[in-house]
Design a binder for this molecule. Structure first.
Ligand SMILES: [Zn+2]
Length: 344
């Protein structure tokens, strides 16, 4: 009961990449970079286990950013000539690569980290990939064409590639494959209309557990400012959850603690496992076990204990290592307290 897990990313040690940045520069190159990525992955596997988490991830140590890490292994993308693009409906500008030809995988994307993860923990493993709709919102297109149809075609092309990698991750022994779709909270109509369909294409043929993470973004200033414009009640999930409830996706990860998401929206996910965000990634204040257990208690009004998985609101990548480490411990301790409260 209350198996704990993180949304995905963890801070990179400063010998691997610039600390506390969302798009950090690597500090190594060539074979040393490969070794440093592997070492950092091992370090975080151990830290998650030591903290007492139940489902272990690779902490996304081998990718510069959760979307571009995947894109680097895709043919048909020009990384040399990045362009500035407003992403997440112009919430912030990013330098993004451009799609210039038909998309194809060059080979495996995450074999190294996935195999390391599987070999170095006996616990359940989770691996994250960017969702098709979020990828489409994080690249510039010069090939699939303008408008909605172009975007859908490009999303389906990415979904096919994601599916190839997901099937390979499953063969590596990964237990849960999660797709990150922060764009679902920005383009709600499109998400319900074709975003979930693209996700279904990405999970085609998978027999392992499948998940989607939908959040209000990393704890960076642009996101904090955006959240301040969303008003007293954040009802974005309301438009997407019914489509997800009807889909084949098994688990949904959402933001709760310190957000203005009405807790009763969880009830729209009937039948799904719900990864409830009990750890705030936009604050360095460490949650107490009581706060974590209280959030779990509130969520229990709308999801059964068998379906509730305590999780972080989003990735911890831009935080300091020390804060992230303490938040992992708070997550595990809070879930333990919630178990004790249930047993009475
Ligand atoms: Zn997130």
């Amino acid at each position: 009961m209350f198996e704990t897990t993180i949304a995905g990313s963890l801070p990179k040690p400063e010998w691997l990449a610039e600390p506390e940045k969302l798009w950090p520069q690597w500090k190594q190159a060539g074979a040393s970079l490969q070794q440093a990525k592997a070492d950092a992955t091992l370090l975080w596997i151990k830290a998650q286990e030591d903290a007492g988490l139940d489902i272990i991830g690779d902490g996304e140590q081998a990718r510069q950013h959760f979307v571009h890490g995947f894109l680097e292994q895709v043919e048909g993308i020009d990384f040399e000539n990045k362009v500035k693009m407003g992403i997440r409906n112009n919430r912030y500008d990013a330098m993004v690569p451009q799609v210039v030809a038909k998309l194809r995988l060059k080979g495996r994307v995450h074999a190294m980290e996935a195999q390391l993860l599987r070999a170095h923990t006996k616990k359940k493993t989770k691996f994250t990939l960017p969702g098709p709709m979020t990828i489409v919102d994080t690249v510039a297109d010069r090939f699939y064409g303008e408008g909605k149809e172009g975007r859908i075609n490009m999303a389906m092309a990415f979904a096919e590639l994601l599916n190839q990698e997901a099937l390979a991750l499953q063969a590596d022994g990964i237990d849960i494959i999660q797709f990150d779709e922060p764009a679902f909270n920005v383009y709600m109509e499109d998400a319900a209309d074709w975003g979930v369909k693209a996700l279904e294409r990405a999970v085609q043929g998978l027999t392992c557990t499948t998940a989607v993470h939908i959040c209000y973004g990393y704890g960076i200033q642009a996101n904090v400012d955006w959240k301040n414009t969303l008003g007293h009640e954040w009802r974005q999930y309301e438009k997407v959850f019914p489509a997800l409830a009807k889909s084949s996706i098994n688990q949904v990860s959402l933001e709760c603690f310190h957000s203005h998401v009405p807790m009763d929206l969880i009830a729209l996910l009937k039948g799904k496992d719900v990864m409830v965000g009990v750890i705030d990634v936009a604050s360095d204040v460490i949650e107490t076990p009581e706060e974590v257990a209280d959030t779990i208690g509130k969520a229990l009004q709308f999801v059964s204990k068998e379906h509730l998985f305590p999780c972080t609101n989003c990735g911890l990548a831009p935080m300091s290592r020390d804060v992230a480490w303490k938040k992992l411990q708070a997550l595990a301790k809070g879930a333990e307290l919630a178990r004790q409260r249930i047993k009475g």
